[in-house]
Design a protein around this ligand. Structure first.
Ligand SMILES: Nc1nc2c(ncn2[C@@H]2O[C@H](COP(=O)(O)OP(=O)(O)OP(=O)(O)O)[C@@H](O)[C@H]2O)c(=O)[nH]1
Length: 386
């Protein structure tokens, strides 16, 4: 196996990517928020000013960060102040809260990078700027200022399955063949510049979401290309589907060719360098383009080898050697371009089976934990427990 980095070369290719296209997808947004100030109290009557309005982010299905920008072009969101106390009404009215609809899968961070909260479900609420307390005895009847500062909305897509692979492996072709997504497909690398989401609909109406996560190249861990920008989206997927070209990977004429096996090892390494825990996510391997010359032959040779990658790692130079091997639950050979129904069903069924097995295993683990807790309580309290 011959390994050699092509980091500099990769850089020169990726720099040519038009900036305009990149901006079509927003997965990070910074906005300025300011909670309302508390209203003034009225010392002579013990009047209390109303609290300033808070600002909340609330999970809403289907909303995008771009829509938040469209609704708040200045990227400044301010809540109203609380009302002052006055002689006719000694309790000032509270400033109304402001609600920002936020996409699911979002983490909200404050200026110093502290996590304010995460939103994964519709209706989940995170306080991002607290309104000031109204003027009262404790603060000398002077309303307090509301919290203010920049907050960052960091989006990590929530998809059941993440398609991961080097450019040109056929991820978009596969995604469009098995799901309702319509990504751009072209015979050159880096066609896909932002994550593409699709849903797979099964005959019994089960729906599984799948995302093509682009930009992973050799050297992504040192920020080559799009770097790890989109790898963060993998963190929330329940299944990794690695897609590789049976003929291997080559970025261009000037670059080193990688065999299919080398490509798998490099993908393993890139994932590990980004976050080792990713290797714990259940994974399947999809070897694409079997219609290529010697495709089926190479796949047959590869199948037993990838069953235990750790053994192969011993032959890999240390700098490219992953510490921990991916353990594929399924290895499937396909030709996505041919859209063979049987092959595509194989992929869809494998995805479903592995996901379901994982869900069942998690449920069984939870049940065992619960039983153990009950048993220990029974031992502690005996028959007096009820
Ligand atoms: N021979 C053959 N070519 C295929 C197959 N699947 C995809 N291709 C071709 O491979 C090229 C790249 O396919 P894409 O689906 O765009 O690959 P990708 O992995 O999404 O590429 P990026 O967008 O660069 O990440 C296209 O020309 C496809 O037509 C296949 O099964 N056999």
């Amino acid at each position: 196996m011959v390994f050699q980095t092509c980091i500099l070369c990769c850089n020169s290719i990726i720099k040519k990517t038009p900036k305009r296209t990149r901006r079509q997808f927003l997965d990070t947004l910074r906005i300025f928020v300011k909670g309302g100030s508390g209203g003034m109290g009225l010392p002579q009557y013990g009047g209390v000013g109303g609290n300033g309005g808070n600002i909340f982010a609330v999970g809403k299905e289907g909303i995008t960060l771009k829509e938040i920008v469209a609704r708040n072009v200045t990227k400044r969101i301010t809540a109203k102040n609380g009302g002052n106390a006055h002689s006719k009404c000694i309790l000032g009215s509270p400033g109304p809260d402001v609600v920002i609809d936020a996409p699911l899968g979002i983490t909200i961070l404050n200026e110093s990078g502290k996590k304010l909260g995460e939103i994964d479900k519709e209706g989940e609420k995170v306080l991002i700027a607290r309104g000031g307390v109204g003027g009262c005895k404790d603060n000398g009847f002077c309303g307090m200022k509301g919290e203010s500062g920049n907050v960052t909305f960091d989006l990590k897509l929530i998809a059941d399955v993440g398609l991961v692979g080097f450019p040109n492996a056929g991820k978009s072709t596969l995604l469009s063949a098995i799901s309702n997504a319509t990504p751009k497909i072209a015979p050159y690398p880096f066609t896909t510049l932002h994550p593409q989401l699709g849903t797979i609909l099964y005959p019994d109406q089960r729906v599984i979401t799948i995302a093509d996560l682009p930009g992973l190249v050799e050297g992504a861990h040192v920020n080559v290309g799009l770097g790890h920008r989109f790898l963060k989206h993998i963190e929330r997927t329940s299944l990794l589907a690695l897609v590789v070209d049976v003929g291997g990977f080559r970025l261009g004429q000037k670059y080193k060719s990688r065999t299919c096996l080398e490509t798998i090892i490099l993908l393993n390494k890139e994932l590990e360098l980004y976050r080792e825990e990713l290797l714990g996510i259940p994974s399947i391997l999809i070897v694409n383009k079997l219609d290529k010359k010697r495709g089926t032959e190479i796949f047959k040779e590869l199948e037993p080898i990838v069953e235990d990658l750790q053994v192969v790692f011993e032959e890999v130079p240390e700098e490219f050697r992953p510490y921990r091997a991916l353990s594929f639950k399924r290895v499937i050979g396909i030709s996505a371009k041919k859209k063979n129904v049987e092959e595509l069903d194989n992929v869809k069924n494998a995805i479903r089976e592995v996901l379901d097995a994982d869900i069942e295993a998690a449920a069984a683990e939870k049940e065992i934990k619960l039983i153990k807790e009950m048993e220990s309580k029974l031992r502690e309290y005996g028959p007096n427990m009820i």
